[in-house]
Design a protein around this ligand. Structure first.
Ligand code: SF4
Length: 290
């Protein structure tokens, strides 16, 4: 991957708020990982997640805008956001002035949000809305990205949604922040078993290449222990050895304030050192986002 055209200090990069104008579900961001405009669809306006990551930046103190997933409204908001982007109106918003040119080109439509997108019961119908928008607006190059904690990748409606994504420039960006169950429980604080996450990553990666997204941080001052990093690398190798395809690893660290003051960011050098270890142990390409 060449140098990103996106500058880290831009307001549109720093501010990943999922509230934009009077939209309920759809929000625009300039994303370093997408290398431009990503139109997010927040499938969790209820802010529900099956993880409770120590670094989660979702503001759960503010009441949710909505508790339901209204497909008609998502469809209308997505169309409106694409129109705003392509007309240049989005670039006139103060948040996007530094990225006015980039904000005209839809790089991807991303299922993300204030919780875990695969928790909705009809994920496949949500994907269909993105597919139809791509067709209606002539966006064959735009990806459909699922940003997921991997816990729901074994659900039927999610498998159907992934198949639709596969036929429409889909990409799965799946979280893996740990090598052991103990570290998983420490960082992601989920009641879901770690072996289910690993099995889901493996079976999903066998069906199409996936991107692994891993957040590395300090927990009470300590970065991921060396032995934990070794096990993490072994987990990635196990997926590949089983026939899974990992296109890339995104290694990143905390960018914004966290609810837990003891969960803090790594330095750029520390993150690069971890990336070097992952490359050496797995042979996989690793991009860092410090
Ligand atoms: S998976 Fe994402 S939304 Fe859920 S707690 Fe973790 S960071 Fe927050």
């Amino acid at each position: 991957m060449g140098e990103s055209p996106v500058q880290n200090h831009w307001r549109s990069v720093q501010d990943h708020s999922r509230s934009f104008w009077d939209f309920t579900y759809v929000y625009p961001v300039i994303s370093r990982r997408s290398r431009g405009l990503s139109i997010g669809i927040n499938l969790n306006p209820d802010k529900i997640c099956n993880f409770d990551c120590v670094y989660c930046e979702v503001d759960r103190a503010t009441p949710p805008k909505s508790r339901v997933v209204d497909l008609l409204k998502i469809r209308a908001e997505l169309a409106e956001m694409i129109r705003l982007a392509r007309s240049g109106k989005l670039g006139e918003d103060p948040k996007f002035v530094e990225a006015a040119d980039l904000s005209r080109v839809v790089r991807d439509i991303a299922f993300s949000g204030d919780g875990e997108p695969t928790m909705v019961p009809n994920f496949d119908e949500c994907v269909r809305i993105a597919v139809e928008a791509k067709r209606a607006f002539g966006l064959p190059e735009a990806k459909i990205v699922l940003i997921t904690d991997a816990a729901g990748l074994d659900k039927e409606s999610v498998r159907r949604g992934l198949a639709l994504m596969d036929a429409n420039q889909g990409e799965v960006w799946a979280k893996l922040d740990a090598g052991t169950e103990a570290y998983f429980k420490t960082v992601n604080r989920s009641s879901i078993r770690f072996d289910r996450i690993l099995a889901n990553l493996e079976s999903t990666a066998k069906a199409r290449p996936i991107v692994i997204q891993s957040l590395f941080l300090r927990v009470h001052g300590a970065p991921m222990p060396a032995e934990e990093l070794e096990v993490y690398c072994a987990r990635l190798r196990a997926i590949v050895d089983a026939g899974g395809r990992i296109a890339e690893v995104h290694a990143y660290t905390i960018a914004r304030p966290t609810p837990e003051p003891w969960a803090t960011k790594l330095t750029g050098d520390e993150l690069e050192s971890i990336a070097t270890t992952i490359r050496a142990r797995t042979g996989l390409p690793v991009s860092t986002f410090a």
